[in-house]
Structure formats: structure tokens, C-alpha cells
Design a protein around this ligand. Structure first.
Ligand code: NAD
Length: 299
């Protein structure tokens, strides 16, 4: 152990010849593309990547929001750009990745995050946005929309991320990359509070992620999923932000006693995106305040 001391701080040397722990989280000079990054969890991922030194492309179907956030990042001295991109459209996803590679020379990190919940009428007894909660009357167009974004949108993003990451070496970039998908605790447990297709999509995402991780490992591309429990975001039209009573009810459903704030997902995002997660692939990582430990009841 050769640790020189500067004041009270240990010097930045490793106790062994191997990489120092904190250095493994360093992604300076790399680039990351995030889908659905104008808001909520995707925005937190983009912030985490920028804060850790990466160049970031913020993509979203909400072009105005993506432009607003990219400008905010740039104002704060981070390297950021934006793309309008609906993940349910393969051509738009392919174009966003191509533009990212043209701007940054390659793509090291991709977050397949964009998603929404069409709801099923169980948000609260007062919420009548979609009273058709039951399977026998669930609207087919709502099913198609949810699957098209939450499942097919993830396929599109993985497909194009794999394409550009396989080409990294030819571009003179670092080989391979890291792909992180936003799944949900609803992939694991029956969560009657969210939409019927949402659960099916997230369970599908989980298994698709496992196959993608298996197939892409030989190319140096890791694929993992983050499975959040309830986070305060704009999902469900920002229902919990607008309704303090709904937020209170949700807080009570979580074993740790509260919904999460988006900053709490950033360290996990960085772990999976960086070399700190170099031996992680095919993992479905829960960050849910313990919600998978007990039954989840409708509000
Ligand atoms: P959010 O509404 O705050 O953010 C979602 C973003 O995705 C928005 O900016 C929206 O414009 C964008 N988006 C929607 N449809 C899109 C499309 N077709 N193409 C591109 N962008 C699109 O919600 P969030 O909670 O941050 O959701 C992000 C992800 O987290 C989703 O996949 C969601 O299923 C997942 N998730 C959220 C929670 C939670 O409690 N908030 C829990 C588990 C999983």
C-alpha cells in the first residue's frame, strides 16, 4: 500500500496495479445517446452522462423539450446536442444514431429509455382518464400504442445502437459499447396500477435485453436494464406531480416509504454505462425502494 497523502486526502493511486475504483466510472471523451431524454428518468440519465464527462445527444418525440434541455446543458458548459426522434419509427431512430455518429465520431453509450403508460383507470378512484381498465374492454389502439413505444421502440433503439457500436472499431473508436434499457418493476410483479400492455411490454423488454446481451457480448457490447419502481416524473401526464394525494398514496405503497426522485437513478446509470460495470451484462437491476418485496395494491 503506497498511498501518498495531500493534506487529508488520499492521493489518486490504486492500492494495486488494477484500475482505481473511481477511475472506472470516468467516461470523459465518450458519447451517449438517450431516448426520451427531455423529461424524467431519461433526462437524469443524460445529466449523469454529461456530469461524468460524456458528450450527449438528447433525443425525444418532444422536440421543443429536447432543444430546451440541450441548450441548458450547453449553457452549463457540457457538450450536448439534440434530435427529434419518435422511437416507434425505425427510420427516425436510425437517423438519430447516424447524426450522433456524424457529430461525435462514434457512439459508446445508448439508453433505450423512451416510454409511456397509457393507463388503465386504476391510478386512483377519481382518475377517469381511462375507465376501461379490464382486459375484455381494453382499447386495442391503446394496446398498440403502448407496445409500439415501450417494446418495439426498445427494439428499434437496440437495433440501431448495435449497428453503430459494431462499427466503432472501424471508426477508430473504442471497441463495443454499453446499452442500457429502462424496464420497470412491472416487468417482475403484477402491478395493477399500470396499464395492461405496459406490463406485457416491460416483461418483453426484459427478455429481449437478455438475448441482446448474449448475442452482442462477442462484440464487446454490454446490454443491461434498469427496472425502476415509482419515480416522480411526468409519466401518466404528471399525475403524481399534480395530485399530492396520489403521491401520498404511492409513498405508502413503497416499503422505504416514499417515491424516488430522478437524481437517485444517476449512479446506477453511470455504473452500467461505464467501465465500472464491465462485468455486467444481461442484468435486470431493480431500483424500486423494495416494492418487489411485497404485494402492490391498486390505490
Ligand atoms: P416522463 O414522461 O417524465 O419521460 C418520458 C419521456 O419520453 C418524455 O420526454 C416523452 O416526451 C418521451 N416519449 C414519449 N413517447 C415517446 C416516443 N414515442 N419517442 C420518443 N420519446 C418519447 O416519464 P419517465 O417516468 O421518465 O419514463 C421514462 C422511462 O421510465 C419509461 O420507459 C417508463 O416506462 C420508465 N419507468 C418509469 C417509472 C416511473 O415511476 N416514473 C417506473 C418504471 C419505469
Amino acid at each position: 500500500l503506497q498511498r501518498e497523502r495531500a493534506g487529508d486526502q488520499p492521493a489518486a493511486v490504486s492500492v494495486s496495479e488494477e484500475p482505481r475504483t473511481l477511475d472506472q466510472f470516468d467516461i470523459a471523451g465518450r458519447s451517449a445517446l438517450v431516448t426520451g431524454a427531455a423529461s424524467g428518468i431519461g433526462l437524469a440519465y443524460a445529466e449523469a452522462m454529461a456530469e461524468a464527462g460524456a458528450k450527449v445527444t438528447i433525443t425525444d418525440i418532444d422536440a421543443e423539450g429536447a432543444a430546451r434541455e440541450a441548450a441548458r446543458f450547453t449553457d452549463q458548459g457540457y457538450e450536448a446536442r439534440w434530435e427529434s426522434c419518435d422511437v416507434s419509427d425505425l427510420d427516425q431512430v436510425a437517423q438519430a444514431f447516424d447524426n450522433h455518429v456524424a457529430a461525435y465520431g462514434g457512439c459508446d453509450i445508448a439508453f433505450a429509455n423512451a416510454g409511456l403508460d397509457v393507463g388503465n383507470g386504476f391510478w386512483s378512484p377519481e382518475d377517469e382518464r381511462n375507465p376501461a381498465g379490464q382486459i375484455d374492454v381494453f382499447p386495442k389502439d391503446s394496446w398498440d400504442k403502448s407496445i409500439g413505444i415501450n417494446l418495439t421502440g426498445v427494439f428499434h433503439t437496440l437495433r440501431e445502437a448495435a449497428r453503430v457500436m459494431k462499427a466503432n472499431e472501424g471508426n477508430g473508436q473504442r471497441r463495443g459499447g454499453s446499452i442500457v434499457i429502462t424496464s420497470s418493476n412491472a416487468a417482475e410483479v403484477n402491478e395493477a396500477i399500470v396499464g395492461v400492455p405496459y406490463m406485457a411490454a416491460k416483461a418483453g423488454v426484459k427478455h429481449f435485453m437478455r438475448h441482446a446481451a448474449y448475442e452482442l457480448a462477442a462484440h464487446g457490447i454490454r446490454v443491461n436494464a434498469i427496472a425502476p419502481g415509482p419515480f416522480v416524473t411526468n409519466i401518466g401526464d404528471g399525475w403524481v406531480k399534480k395530485n399530492p394525494k396520489a403521491k401520498e398514496a404511492w409513498d405508502k405503497l413503497v416499503p422505504v416509504g416514499r417515491m424516488a426522485e430522478t437524481y437517485q437513478i444517476k449512479p446506477l446509470a453511470l455504473l452500467l454505462a461505464s467501465d465500472a460495470g464491465s462485468y455486467m451484462t444481461g442484468s435486470h437491476v431493480m431500483i424500486d425502494g423494495g416494492m418487489q418485496l411485497g404485494p402492490i395494491k391498486p390505490l
